[in-house]
Every structure is written in structure tokens, then in C-alpha cells.
Write a protein that binds this ligand. Structure first.
Ligand code: SF4
Length: 164
């Protein structure tokens, strides 16, 4: 069985199984992690956002800013009623698979930032004015245009963008 991150950290901290458990173990692990971060910082080793970019740029996973985190909270209000898909049949059929309908974009296609390229292609099939009109029909007044804008912005970032 593959050891968990906590167990690997415990091993690095010199922990022998059965010696500590519960809060004492948690305290030792947290203290060890803090010590490692301090040493890495003092010795100039890369940590934090720069390390994040190094780890995830290849997957095109861009960090989320504070404002974007607030926006993301708005994007989870959909109750999957399907009303925003009414009248979308033509756009869906003419999109050659790029546009699965608005509800699908809202609920699934925008859940994973590395998939935003595909989501942006989907949104490209719906004019912004139509996105605005859909808000009135949506029972939760979902902010379609804001989500489309968010998706376009994040899909244009390559993950190595340090100003994300
Ligand atoms: S109309 Fe609104 S609540 Fe219904 S599926 Fe579309 S986004 Fe979700």
C-alpha cells in the first residue's frame, strides 16, 4: 500500500509507528513542516506560489486569486433545472460537439481549470447577449456571462503566468 502524505511526513520527521498518535502526532508533524518551510525559506529554496507554478504549469493549472475565489462561490448556485438549455438545440447540434448546452457548461465543464479550453470553446457558441437573457429565465439568476468571462480568462493563462 502506498504511504499517505502524512505518513511520509511522519517518516521524514523520524516518527516510529506506535510512538505517537492523535494530537501529539499532529503537533509533531505540524512543527516538522513549519521547520522545513523556515529552513527552505532561509536557504533560498523555492516555496509558495513560485513552487506552485513549477509544480502545475505543465498541467496549465493557474492559481486562483482572492477575487476569483469569491467569484467561484457564485458559480456553484446552479440547481440543475435545465431551463437555460431551452432553445439551445440548434446551437448544440451546430457546434459539432463543442457546445453541450449551458447547464452542462455550468455544472461540469467548468469544474476543472485545465479543461477550460474546452469550456471556452463551448461558450463561444452562445452570444453574450443571449447569456444575459438566460439569467432572467434561471431560478437562481446564475451569472452566465461572468462565468464565461472567467473561463475565457483562465483558459488564456498558461499556468506559468505569475500574475494570475
Ligand atoms: S437555469 Fe440556472 S439553475 Fe437551471 S440549470 Fe441553468 S444555470 Fe442551473
Amino acid at each position: 500500500m502506498k504511504p499517505s502524505t502524512a505518513m511520509r511526513a511522519a517518516g521524514e520527521a523520524g516518527y516510529a509507528p506506535g510512538v505517537l498518535s492523535g494530537r501529539p502526532l499532529a503537533f509533531v508533524l505540524l512543527a516538522w513542516s513549519l521547520l522545513r518551510i523556515i529552513v527552505k525559506t532561509l536557504t533560498g529554496r523555492v516555496t509558495g506560489l513560485v513552487q506552485f507554478h513549477r509544480n502545475y504549469a505543465a498541467e496549465r493549472l493557474a492559481p486562483i486569486s482572492k477575487d476569483e475565489r469569491l467569484a467561484l462561490a457564485q458559480f456553484s448556485s446552479c440547481i440543475a433545472c435545465g431551463r437555460c438549455d431551452v432553445g439551445e438545440a440548434n446551437r448544440i447540434s451546430q457546434s459539432n460537439g463543442e457546445y453541450p448546452g449551458l447547464m452542462q457548461l455550468v455544472l461540469a465543464s467548468t469544474r476543472n481549470i485545465p479543461d477550460y479550453d474546452a469550456a471556452a470553446r463551448g461558450f463561444a457558441h452562445v452570444p453574450d447577449e443571449e447569456l444575459d437573457r438566460k439569467v432572467i429565465r434561471c431560478p437562481v439568476r446564475f451569472p452566465f456571462a461572468q462565468l464565461a468571462s472567467f473561463v475565457r480568462k483562465k483558459s488564456s493563462q498558461d499556468g506559468s503566468d505569475h500574475n494570475a
